[in-house]
Design a protein around this ligand. Structure first.
Ligand code: SAH
Length: 213
């Protein structure tokens, strides 16, 4: 998601109580950052935060960190949480490539990836958030029984992701190529902004869950 650069967005983030400033300083200490022992889940590339905020509302006993690289996009999420504060949510403006500088070993209980950038050119495959290179990072920061959940409408990216999970030696716990027409799997689904947009255009939504044995 790219929005026009919004003047002042960097400053708004730098002075916001909802955004973690210098997140590297919290590495290995996120539990004390939140002040409780609740599990910590992250969404990478949260966009305007619709999914994360709804998830956090439904699960007050879980702490959530929303990660987004663009200030102008993150600003939208900030505006939402300011209207409806949630004690179990914070945001981080950062690139997913530096995950291991910000989270210690096994600190994260679950990772959500929703409608991640497809990077269609082969030579950019390692930038995809479901590439084997990213699974190596997830392997470090995820707790032993931690999971990765991924949704997309991009069939090529989904097929690539299924293959990468195998290559990375992870287990594919569950998957569907058409989440919205699968009543059991769809029952508790929380839609994202992109999901609503692509689904209303008639695109089926794919979803998978992966973990290590
Ligand atoms: N999850 C949202 C937005 C999807 S668009 C939804 O489903 O509606 C993908 C988002 O991921 C964009 O906002 C983009 O800026 C962000 N993003 C892409 N690559 C990223 C990376 N490497 N690190 C952090 N954020 C990233």
């Amino acid at each position: 998601m790219r929005l026009r650069n919004i003047p002042g967005s960097r400053e708004a983030i730098a002075s916001s109580q909802w955004c973690v400033q210098e997140p590297e300083l919290q590495k290995g200490r996120w539990r004390s950052f939140f002040g409780n022992d609740n599990p910590i889940q992250i969404e990478i590339g949260m966009g305007k935060g619709k999914f994360l905020l709804e998830l956090a509302k439904r699960n007050p006993d879980v702490n959530y960190l929303g990660i987004e690289k663009y200030s102008s996009v993150l600003l939208r999420a900030l505006q939402k949480i300011e209207e409806e504060p949630l004690p179990n949510v914070r945001f981080i403006r950062m690139e997913a490539e530096s995950l291991c500088d910000v989270f210690g070993e096994g600190e994260i209980a679950k990772i959500y990836l929703n409608f991640s950038d497809p990077w269609p050119k082969d030579r950019h495959a390692k930038r995809r958030l479901t590439s084997r290179q990213f699974f190596l990072r997830y392997d470090i920061i995820l707790a032993e029984n931690g999971t990765v959940e991924f949704k997309t409408d991009n069939k090529d990216l989904f097929a690539f992701s299924l293959e990468e999970i195998k290559e990375a030696g992870w287990d594919l716990d569950d998957f569907t190529w058409d989440l919205h027409h699968d009543d059991a799997r769809n029952a508790k689904n929380i839609t994202t902004e992109y999901e609503e947009r692509f689904s209303s255009m008639g695109n089926p939504i794919c979803k998978l869950t992966a973990s290590r044995s």
